[in-house]
Design a protein around this ligand. Structure first.
Ligand code: ATP
Ligand code: MG
Length: 360
């Protein structure tokens, strides 16, 4: 008999609906573990970091926080940001700090269309659509390079500079990741996204590396598309997409577009991976803290539960991840939907339906 496995997970619900959807995801995962009759289990530790913590302590995360996280098997994250703290402070102080410190350089954001969920895309009614955005998560436009109060360079008033960093190593590793992922999918294709006609240094390097890496994957179909054209393609020709690889900012924007096309931001899952597994990877829904609906039991937990499925894949439990995906599909097909996708169900009702459908 194989040894039962216990996965140690650090839960960081953080702000707003983050707490509600992380609680939902934990409940679903614990139900899955219980059903495994001891084959695997989850050992959770929850951390209180976020904007409330900042208001009380002046810190988004404790000074020894990263040290306390580093030996977990994974981090399960909610959402960061609240009106009481400037967004750039909360984002850099917690989420980006974890991503960068733990070298989570690959961010994957699948776009799934679900039965029973209305998409603004007419095509989604009769075409099976699913693609995955692979986001470079360590450099690019979010490298944090620049400064304010640069005098003497403009027509007057303050001048600020925000630079993007592109390295050959950074580009190459995310592209190889995207090509390897494409090989596991029915449609073996990688679309690379830039704005290299207007941004003539970093993004031209990106294009050059893409062409070179593509030569090692002759079996994979490729295309290079400008980000403006790719935005249109998401809407007009989504059946032509499989793996979309893009820089930090472009992929962030495209993945929000993708989840909105699938029906709601509340549906979208993501994984911030340290593919070398030297540090824990982090799994989180794409959406933010949603102050407009927080605390009302209205949050859609599917993005967080889909992120839990990505975590199960990472743990080497793909058949369990598939069970979660099936439960998600059965739940939406049965019309158990939160308000953002046109229903009236609460977070708790969707969570209960997901657990009930694990038995299907
Ligand atoms: P961030 O800057 O952190 O990305 P944001 O302000 O861009 O945050 P969200 O907080 O994600 O955006 O909210 C955008 C919209 O999507 C809001 O109207 C919010 O209510 C809705 N939304 C986000 N997450 C969910 C969810 N899980 N369920 C239902 N609606 C959601
Ligand atoms: Mg946003």
């Amino acid at each position: 008999m194989t040894q039962p496995r216990t996965f140690r997970i650090a839960a960081i619900p953080a702000d707003g609906v983050g707490a509600e959807v992380v609680a939902a995801g934990r409940t679903v995962l614990d139900a899955l573990a219980e059903d495994s009759r001891g084959a695997f289990s989850f050992d959770w530790e929850e951390f209180p970091w976020g904007c409330d913590y900042y208001a009380k302590t002046g810190k988004m995360i404790d000074d020894d926080g990263l040290d306390r996280l580093k030996d977990f098997d994974a981090i399960y994250f909610g959402a960061v940001g609240w009106p009481n703290v400037p967004d750039h402070i909360s984002l850099w102080g917690l989420r980006l700090k974890i991503c960068q410190s733990f070298d989570q350089w690959a961010n994957i954001r699948p776009v799934h269309f679900l039965p029973g969920v209305q998409s603004p895309l007419r095509k989604a009614d009769d075409t099976e659509l699913d693609w995955v955005v692979v986001r470079e998560n360590s450099e690019g436009e979010y490298a944090g390079l620049g400064g304010r109060n640069l005098s003497g360079r403009g027509p007057g008033g303050e001048v600020a500079l925000q630079s993007a960093l592109f390295t050959e190593v950074g580009c190459e590793r995310i592209m190889r990741f995207a090509f390897d992922l494409a090989r596991t999918r029915a449609r073996c294709k990688v679309s690379s996204v830039t704005k290299s006609n207007a941004q003539q240094y970093g993004m031209v390097l990106w294009d050059d590396v893409f062409k070179r890496v593509a030569q090692d994957y002759p079996d994979v179909e490729t295309e290079s598309v400008l980000v403006d054209a790719m935005s249109a393609k998401f809407v007009l020709k989504p059946e032509d997409l499989s793996v979309v690889v893009a820089s930090n900012l472009n992929a962030d924007i495209l993945s929000d577009l993708g989840s909105a096309l699938a029906g709601s931001l509340g549906l979208a899952a993501s994984a911030n991976l340290n593919p070398e597994r030297r540090f824990p990877s982090m799994f989180e829904p794409v959406h933010g803290s949603a102050p407009d609906i927080a605390g009302q039991g209205l949050a859609n937990p599917i993005g967080a539960v889909g992120s839990a499925a990505l975590m199960l894949d990472h743990f080497g439990l793909p058949e369990q991840a598939a069970r979660l995906h099936k439960a998600i599909q059965a739940t939406t097909a049965a019309g158990v939907l939160t308000r953002d996708v046109g229903g009236t169900a609460t977070t708790e009702e969707v969570t209960k339906a997901l657990i009930a459908h694990l038995a299907d």
